[in-house]
Design a protein around this ligand. Structure first.
Ligand code: AP5
Ligand code: MG
Length: 243
């Protein structure tokens, strides 16, 4: 594609009604990395329940106090704790053209809750069409997940995600964008990672079946370079007969 054609595609994407896109996959699959890129491409927000919970933890809110204990063990916080924060976030005006849900839903009750919530929000395209969520499962091999999680570092200020093995910052331990000291997530310790992966298998994987039944599931191979995965996700969104 020449530069002019690329610009046309970019400006079309920035105006498109995308509707809700759910990115789901195990811890370390690259949901956050991809959600940030896709959100920027379409100019719609990334909604990460993990990030919102961590923000509550760092601000010391009552929700943060309740969530911290559970997150530090690598378990999922109770469904009821996430509904309020998700509906607050989805109700904001910047979600009008759509949003990228990163880490929500991750249980069957959460998926059912979201379906009920979405019934009242049609994301009409040219005034007529209901847009149910597009669900993208990012699949990654177990050993890559472990490497990715133990090597992850993130910027506490801008949220940019790095990896000491795969996407290191220019200067070790320092964010390229704002110079902050990079941090390790408390739940990226090996014993907690094992529990997070178990929780994923037990509580989140059943969503494959849930979304397959309604024909909404697309699968992407997340074991590829970041830009290749992004291109596959874009294809899954744009060829999903919705845009
Ligand atoms: P959350 O923050 O959602 O964590 P998670 O699901 O465990 O996923 P991660 O954020 O660890 O991984 P990711 O897929 O975003 O990968 P990333 O892009 O960072 O949840 C944390 C906790 O909050 C949960 O355990 C639970 O307690 C609670 N919670 C959250 N939502 C909840 C909900 N809905 N209900 C109940 N509880 C909830 O990438 C990982 C690393 O890999 C990075 O270093 C990155 O640089 C690298 N990487 C990414 N892509 C590639 C690639 N293609 N090649 C090489 N390296 C890559
Ligand atoms: Mg994440």
């Amino acid at each position: 594609m020449d530069a002019e054609a690329t610009q046309d595609v970019d400006s079309k994407r920035a105006k498109t009604t995308v509707g809700p896109v759910i990115l789901f996959g195990p811890p370390g699959a690259g949901k956050g990395t991809q959600a940030k890129k896709i959100a920027e491409i379409f100019g719609i927000p990334q909604i990460s329940t993990g990030d919102i919970l961590r923000e509550n933890v760092s601000k010391g809110t009552p929700l943060g106090h309740m969530a911290k204990v559970v997150m530090d063990r690598g378990e999922l916080v109770p469904d009821e704790l996430v509904y309020g924060m998700v509906s607050d976030r989805l109700g904001k005006e910047d979600c009008n053209r759509g949003c990228i849900l990163d880490g929500f839903p991750r249980t069957i009750p959460q998926a059912e809750w979201l379906d009920r919530y979405m019934e009242g929000r049609l994301f009409d395209k040219v005034g007529a069409r209901k847009m149910p969520p597009i669900v993208i499962q990012v699949k990654v091999e177990y050993n890559s997940l472990l490497q990715r999680l133990t090597g992850r570092r993130s910027c506490p200020n801008c949220g940019r995600i790095y990896n000491v093995h795969y996407q290191p910052p220019c200067v070790e331990g320092i964010c390229d964008l704002d110079g902050s000291n990079l941090v390790l997530r408390p739940d990226d310790r090996e014993e907690v990672i094992a529990e997070r992966l178990r929780a994923y298998d037990r509580q989140t994987l059943p969503l494959v079946n849930y979304y397959q039944k309604s024909g909404r599931l697309r699968t992407v191979n997340g074991d590829q370079p970041v830009d290749v995965v992004t291109a596959e996700i874009l294809r899954a969104i744009e060829n999903g007969d919705r845009l």
